[in-house]
Design a protein around this ligand. Structure first.
Ligand code: C5P
Length: 243
């Protein structure tokens, strides 16, 4: 384990070379960051829970035909994934106003949006991941038009599916972030869902109490992060400590 090659270390995950060509091991850390890493901390056991939640969500999505990088979970903190080239765009889906859109457009947190919004942010830590339009993406060739069509249609399907999945366990999906990657096959490539889907990158509110069950608890110093992540996992029916 200690001998394997580290490929990349991000804020919440580490990527290691996988056992076979074209594979990578994705390791989930307990580290938490917010506001472009201006705030740093740890949420005990977060990596273990996010590994399980992301495994669950990616498996459910692959059952509805969304191609993903997920192959299988290896242990408490690691999963085997397909190697892909990350498209440098963060895709944010919003069903209810919260977070940066409130500041940007003067909305109140919790305001319903007339319809689901899809936003794109250019992945660049030094620039603070700026909001960009499809024009920018085309102009700077960050993704082709065909790729953007695939990304948008997958993102909308994912949102529809996840809204229903969470509603069934009394959780409202306020917004979330997706990342996509290119999977190469000779000269061709196709876009697949990558990264993770967990309470780190989603806003999840309890349907009855509006209590926050996601990383906003850490961002806003509300406390109870561990318990909130555990509760999401529990409602999804994901068992703990069974490895
Ligand atoms: O901060 P903002 O309101 O734009 O975030 C929208 C959604 O995207 C939130 O669910 C947040 O957790 C997620 N996000 C993320 N990583 C980022 C930016 C946003 O997971 N770098």
């Amino acid at each position: 384990m200690s001998r394997r090659r580290k490929i990349y270390e991000g804020k919440a995950k580490v990527l290691y070379e996988g056992p076979e060509p074209g594979t990578i091991i994705q390791y989930f850390k307990d580290d938490a960051t917010a506001f472009n890493a201006e705030k740093k901390g740890t949420i005990n056991g977060k990596g273990v829970i996010n590994n399980r939640i992301s495994e669950y969500v990616f498996s459910r999505l692959s059952h509805i035909g969304i191609p993903t990088h997920f192959i299988r979970r290896l242990n408490m903190r690691e999963q085997l994934i397909r190697q892909c080239e990350i498209v440098p765009i963060e895709v944010v889906l919003r069903n209810v106003a919260a977070g940066s859109i409130c500041k940007r457009l003067g909305l109140n947190e919790g305001d319903p949006l007339p319809h689901t919004l899809i936003e794109y942010y250019y992945k660049d830590d030094a620039l603070g991941d700026p909001l960009v339009s499809e024009e920018h993406i085309a102009c700077f060739n960050w993704a082709s038009q065909e790729e953007m069509q695939d990304i948008a249609s997958m993102a909308i399907r994912i949102n529809d599916f996840l809204c229903g999945m969470f509603a069934a366990i009394d959780i409202r999906l306020i917004d979330f972030k997706l990342e996509f990657g290119r999977l190469f096959d000779g000269d061709f490539s196709r876009v697949i869902l990558a990264d993770e889907i967990s309470p780190d990158g989603c806003r999840l509110w309890d349907m009855k109490t509006n209590e926050k069950m996601d990383k906003d608890r850490f961002r806003q110093d509300l406390g109870g992060e561990e318990e909130a992540y555990q509760e999401v996992a529990r409602r999804l029916g994901i068992l703990q400590n069974d490895d």
